[in-house]
Design a protein around this ligand. Structure first.
Ligand SMILES: C[S@@+](CC[C@H](N)C(=O)[O-])C[C@H]1O[C@@H](n2cnc3c(N)ncnc32)[C@H](O)[C@@H]1O
Length: 287
């Protein structure tokens, strides 16, 4: 079966075989499981790329991707096929839980000289880690002077570059309270606002592939990994949950996306603490 082609790319077709080749590459590189229903999406996101590269067919594009030398094109493929949708204060109940149930204890820990670490895993263009920082600073301003850091990671360097810049269209800030907008952003023109350096400096942005080696130390007090593993198959999801448990302390918090649930053997390492909210169960470790 081939896709109906949009105007301008009507002589390019994506065969079943080439779709499966692309699916195998993205699974190996990022853990993303492309089901057959995604074939039209793959076609629409990549046909232009085949044209830009002046290649005669998807088959030639797959040959290029499979040639191990062309890592640049593999990265372009990754950016084209990852879903980067995110927004400020997405799933607001997570930030309420953080403010009311988690931050008071973390503020006490920091005041006693302890280390506080939060990880936004799959941070996309940065709205999620900035909301973690805003929530922490508005609930416990003293954290700014403590040993407090947020790690924000993603596989896609294009979204990380946007995140690091911290400049957003003002229309995207509608869910950020007026207080937080004036305390933590400054206007750079009529249309854009930039996150202030005091907030920005709390966050380290790093490229990290969740299915590869994690150059992180932990333990993390809070991990937010939302709307990322939904694109992985069950076994990969299970592996990610187990690895999160390894870098969390007892009672550390894990927030997952609205349609994600911890299941399988890794479930025993976590206790439910709300809708899509878990705490690490004490006394359980995975090796
Ligand atoms: C839909 S966004 C979620 C953003 C944010 N967590 C939220 O819920 O609003 C999914 C992000 O996961 C990233 N991602 C996909 N596969 C990944 C992998 N193997 N390792 C790390 N990040 C990955 C994508 O690049 C994308 O930015």
């Amino acid at each position: 079966m081939t896709n109906a082609a949009p105007a301008g790319i009507d002589d390019i077709v994506l065969s079943e075989r080439d779709f499966l080749r692309i699916a195998a590459i993205i699974k190996a590189d990022a853990g993303i499981a492309l089901t057959r229903e995604k074939k039209a999406l793959v076609f629409s996101r990549l046909a232009k790329r085949v044209r830009i590269l002046r290649l005669p067919s998807f088959s030639a594009y797959c040959d290029l991707l499979e040639a191990s030398a062309d890592q640049d094109e593999r990265r372009t493929l990754l950016s084209a096929l990852t879903t980067n949708v995110t927004y400020f204060f997405r799933e607001p109940h997570h930030f309420e839980d953080l403010r009311e149930k988690v931050l008071p204890e973390l503020a006490r820990k920091a005041a006693a000289g302890g280390r506080v670490r939060i990880w936004s895993a799959g941070c996309s263009t940065g709205q999620e880690p900035y909301c973690l920082a805003l929530t922490a600073l508005s609930a416990a301003p003293e954290l700014a002077r403590a040993d407090f850091k947020i790690l924000a990671t993603d596989i896609d360097p294009e979204v990380l570059a946007i995140a690091e810049r911290g400049v957003y269209e003002k229309t995207l800030l509608s869910k950020v309270s007026e207080h937080d907008q004036s305390a933590y952003f400054h206007e750079i023109d009529d249309l854009h606002a930039e996150i202030k350096p005091d907030v920005r400096k709390l966050i380290s942005f790093r490229r990290l592939n969740l299915i590869s080696h994690w150059p992180v130390k932990g333990p993390f007090d809070v991990i937010m990994c939302r709307n990322v593993v939904i694109y992985f198959d069950q076994d990969t999801q299970e592996m990610i949950w187990r690895r999160f448990a390894q870098v969390m302390d007892a009672d550390s918090r894990l927030y997952v996306g609205h349609s994600e649930r911890i299941s399988g053997p890794a479930r025993a390492a976590f206790k439910p603490a709300g809708i899509t909210i878990y705490t690490k169960a004490s006394g359980l470790t995975f090796n």
